[in-house]
Structures are given as C-alpha cells and as structure tokens.
Design a protein around this ligand. Structure first.
Ligand code: HEC
Length: 97
C-alpha cells in the first residue's frame, strides 16, 4: 500500500511537470526572440511558414523549433524557452484564421 501511494505521487509529479504552462513573461520573451532571431528568414508574424505548419503535430513542431533555435538562430534555449517559442508560433498561426 505504501508503495502504491508513492507511485501515485511520483506520476502526479511527472504529469504536472509536463503540463507546466509557460508564464506571460516567457511568452513575451519568446516574441522578442522571434523578432530578433527568426524574422530575417521567416518574416514578421512568421509569414514565410509553409502550409503544413497548420497541420503539424506538436511533437513535430517541437522538433523543428528546437532545430531552428539551436541551428540558424544560434541560440542555446532552455526547455521552457523552447516551449514558449512553440506557444508563440502557435499564436502567430491562430491570428491568421
Ligand atoms: C537562416 C534563416 C532562418 C532562421 C534565422 C530561422 N529559420 Fe526557421 N526555417 C528556415 C528555413 C529555410 C525553413 C524551411 C526548412 C525546411 O523545411 O526544412 C525553416 C522552417 C521553420 C519551421 C517549419 C515551418 C514550415 O512551414 O516548414 C519553423 C516552425 C521554424 N522554421 C521556426 C523558426 C524559429 C522559431 C526561428 C527562430 C528561433 C527560426 N525558424 C529561424 C530558415 C530560418
């Protein structure tokens, strides 16, 4: 019984850690980073993103965003900076609808 409770607590922590939302400050920072590091290739508001951007799964988007941040943008983002950038990119896209 004791172990059962420990396991439940452990998995609740794992789930909460994954669901951790980014703060408005992190979002603002991602917006600034995008303007400084990404617009020269993608245009302001990410106009240069392809059509399949809309249909992209979060996992794929995450992979691409990470590659872009470490690659052409020459950043060294933390986990939450990557998450914030993804949220920002999604928000850019939803503006266009
Ligand atoms: C040096 C130019 C350059 C910079 C800087 C750059 N990108 Fe890209 N990015 C590209 C090119 C080119 C592609 C298309 C490449 C491909 O499909 O493999 C791309 C593709 C993407 C895609 C996939 C979208 C799609 O429609 O295929 C995302 C998302 C993305 N970039 C985000 C970013 C973010 C976020 C930054 C800033 C941190 C950034 N990029 C900086 C050149 C750049």
């Amino acid at each position: 019984m004791k172990y059962f409770i420990i396991i439940i607590i452990f998995y609740t922590g794992v789930i909460l850690a994954q669901e951790k939302k980014i703060t408005p400050e992190e979002f603002k920072k991602a917006e600034l980073t995008f303007k400084q590091k990404c617009t020269r290739c993608h245009g302001s508001e990410g106009r240069a993103f392809g059509k399949n951007f809309a249909k992209m799964e979060k996992k794929e988007l995450r992979h691409l965003t990470e590659d872009m941040m470490f690659g052409p943008a020459r950043l060294n983002p933390t986990e939450s900076e990557i998450k914030a950038m993804i949220e920002y990119l999604i928000s850019l896209h939803s503006d266009k609808d």
